[in-house]
Design a binder for this molecule. Structure first.
Ligand code: PRP
Ligand code: ADE
Length: 178
């Protein structure tokens, strides 16, 4: 049964060579969003993992922008709140920020200072793990706020880019690996 959920999801991920720049094989998750069954399967598998491995969680923290597609749905399932890590300059009020590099560029991530309280247990979520630069930056932001990162969830992980190594000791739970 679970294998079929993974099949359903993997059939909704399309490769686009040389996007957004030459040499990058872009894994497009847009078809997941067009398929209610595939999107439900993603949230089902994340929910199951969290209930099994992290039964006590305070907040789901999603990464701008594609982490926002899955994070709120999972948070609602779990009955917990959702927090946004955004690209710099988008969040009002006091924030903390950190610069990072990703597979095809550089960026700066930001979170509101009062979004997570010291000691709160959080799970980070994004659509895809490549070099790990983005999720590493999000972990740094959580560290600044004295939050406890229980783990990271991604729909897709690109093995060759070793993002999971960069995130150690934090764990990554991917649904699909390439
Ligand atoms: C993509 C993806 C991840 C990140 C992964 O985001 O959604 O957040 O890259 O790459 P990394 O592991 O090498 O850091 P992008 O910055 O393109 O933003 P978007 O979600 O707004 O399209
Ligand atoms: N973010 C970073 N690398 C990516 C890739 N290869 N496909 C989709 N999103 C990405």
């Amino acid at each position: 049964k679970e294998e079929s959920k993974l099949d359903l999801i993997s059939r909704c991920i399309r490769p686009f060579p040389d996007f957004p720049s030459e040499g990058i094989l872009f894994r497009d998750i847009c078809p997941i969003m067009k398929s209610p069954a595939a999107l439900t399967a993603v949230i089902d598998l994340f929910e199951q993992h969290v209930l099994e491995c992290h039964p006590v969680v305070d907040l789901i923290v999603g990464i701008d922008a594609r982490g926002f597609l899955f994070g709120p749905l999972l948070a609602q399932r779990l009955g917990v709140g959702f927090v946004m890590v955004r690209k710099k300059g988008k969040l009002p009020g006091p924030t903390v920020s950190v610069a990072y590099t990703l597979e095809y560029g550089t960026a700066e991530a930001e979170v509101q200072e009062d979004s997570v309280s010291p000691g709160q247990k959080v799970i980070l979520i994004d659509d895809l793990l490549a070099t790990g630069g983005t999720l590493f930056a999000a972990c740094e932001l959580m560290k600044k706020l004295l939050a406890e990162v229980l783990g990271c969830l991604v729909v897709v992980s690109l093995k060759d880019l070793s993002g999971a190594d960069k995130l150690k000791p934090h764990t990554v739970f991917p649904l699909i690996q390439y």
